[in-house]
Ligand binder design. Structure first.
Ligand code: SAM
Length: 475
């Protein structure tokens, strides 16, 4: 009988979901944190259940040939790039296998054929958006609190201020980082300047327990093709003097910054969205190109984080959709309309449906700026629109093809039911979570549909995130 905290030796067999690896101990599946397939490791057991156990690596006894030296000094502490210690081709193989596993185990499909995952040409500095959190408590990683790389020491401050990334499952503390390799180099300058500015000016951090304080998030957005940079400081309240000084000093320090926005969020929920927005430098927008279209992105818009890979992803959508010039297409969960606009020249019309009002506004603006007249964007929660609002549905054309791109938790079962009732000929389902996608596709295939093709795309090198496109035909 295995016991919690016991140390055992394991040979790692394969990669599992969420950056964990799988090994077996006397027939029991063990999910291991911090290992790589083909490693031999000593692990400490952290959880023991009837059908599986969980463990964390204590020491790597024989490193896997798939291992490479991670580039980031915070690797292993920051939860972001869990596969950075694995060579990129192996990362791609793991992700492809996980799509197969999801569709076989969760979807109940057999003999799933998944073509090679479409990899990224740029595996670092690919992100167009980074979101950093302010906190009063630091997640400590063997580093003194006094002078850190020439930055101001926290010891001299009455109000402690740390700025960085949340470590998994710790929302009160941040890993106070001074560099991240996922966004351009100047992004690190913005991060470090902002922390120093906050400390120098004795600003304080928002505390959700007491519902007081000022600083909440720093969001940096960069357009890779247009070379524009938006800095959005998300705060609890409005302090125009602070923001004016911040915007002026930041621009002087980091010349690449083209616009500075302050979004204010007085709600307790810790999300980097704001209720009100003020612009302190530039015009509050950045612009990006996807294919032949350009997009205007505001501080609160959703936009694909890896533009180079988004172009490949949308290319897959266009190819699998086999669109005809007579097709009416619905783009469900349409965000800022980037997929709708991308395919608009191949179809008769596109109707985008999305629940965030600002995203709808951006989508309309994007269509107008691109001279596209066959796309309409409708505001609404799909749970309401598709399932309850029959008048609304009957006043719009029936779709020949559906594109679906829901958030990570997939579709509400009622939305799936209604899609089956609407019965479009083809469905192109884009997902950032193959597990919920496999669940939804199973439901669709139990009724009227047949799974025709799958095509994963790697949008986020070094992370465990997988984007996958599924094509379904009506039977
Ligand atoms: C993964 S994003 C897809 C965005 C878009 N397809 C794109 O590529 O830019 C999911 C979108 O679904 C929207 N959303 C989430 N739940 C929704 C719901 N119940 N009804 C309508 N839209 C929803 C979110 O606001 C978000 O814009």
């Amino acid at each position: 009988m295995l016991k919690k905290n016991e140390i055992i030796t394991l040979e790692i067999q394969s990669a599992a979901f969420e950056g964990k690896s799988i090994a077996r101990h006397e027939g029991l599946v063990v999910f291991v944190e911090g290992a790589v397939p083909e490693d031999v490791v000593k692990v400490r057991l952290t959880k023991i259940k009837k059908s599986y156990a969980e463990a964390r690596v204590v020491i790597v006894e024989k490193p896997s040939p798939l291992r490479v030296e991670p580039r980031c000094k915070y690797f292993g502490v920051c939860g972001g790039c869990k596969w950075q210690q694995v060579d990129y081709q192996s990362q791609l193989r793991f992700k492809q296998q996980q799509v197969v596993d999801a569709f076989e185990r969760i979807g109940g499909f057999s003999n799933i054929q998944v073509p090679s995952i479409i990899g990224a040409d740029e595996i670092y500095f690919y992100r167009g958006k980074m979101e950093y959190s302010f906190a009063e408590k630091e997640w400590l990683v063997e580093k003194p609190l006094s002078i850190v790389d020439g930055r101001l020491s926290n010891e001299k401050n009455e109000s402690p201020i740390f700025l960085g990334l949340h470590v998994p499952q710790r929302y009160d503390k941040v890993l106070d980082i001074d560099e991240c390799h996922l966004q351009s180099h100047f992004s690190n300058k913005i991060l470090n300047f902002t922390r120093d500015f906050a400390r120098r000016n004795h600003l304080n951090v928002y505390d959700s327990d007491r519902n007081t304080g000022y600083l909440r998030f720093l969001v940096i957005r960069e357009s890779k093709k247009k070379k524009e940079v938006m800095v959005n400081l998300v705060t609890f309240e409005d302090r125009p003097d602070v923001m004016k000084q911040y915007a002026a000093e930041l621009k002087a320090h980091v010349g690449e910054v083209t616009t500075v926005v302050n979004t204010m969020n007085a709600k307790k929920a810790q999300i980097a969205f704001g209720e009100t927005e003020m612009v302190y430098l530039g015009n509050g927008w950045i612009h990006e190109h996807l294919g032949s279209h350009h997009f205007s992105i505001s501080a609160s818009s959703f936009f694909q984080t890896n533009v180079a890979q988004a172009e490949k992803l949308y290319g897959v959508v266009k190819e699998l959709g086999e669109f005809k010039s007579t097709d009416c297409v619905y783009d469900l969960y349409s965000g800022t309309g980037s997929i709708a606009l991308f395919i608009s020249d191949a179809v008769k019309e596109v109707v985008g449906i999305e629940s965030v009002e600002s995203a709808i506004r951006d989508a309309e603006k994007n269509a107008q700026e691109n001279g596209i007249t066959n796309c309409r964007f409708l505001l609404g929660d799909l749970k309401e629109r598709l399932t309850k609002d029959t008048e609304w549905m009957s006043s719009h054309p029936k779709p020949d093809v559906l594109i679906i791109d829901p958030p990570r938790n997939g579709m509400h079962p009622k939305v799936v039911e209604e899609i089956v009732a609407i019965a479009p000929q083809r469905i192109v389902y884009v997902s950032c979570n193959p597990a919920t996608q496999a669940r939804d596709v199973k439901l669709l295939c139990a009724e009227k549909y047949q799974l025709m093709k799958l095509q994963p795309v790697d949008m986020f090198p070094h992370t465990f995130h997988i984007e996958n496109v599924a094509l379904l035909h009506r039977r």
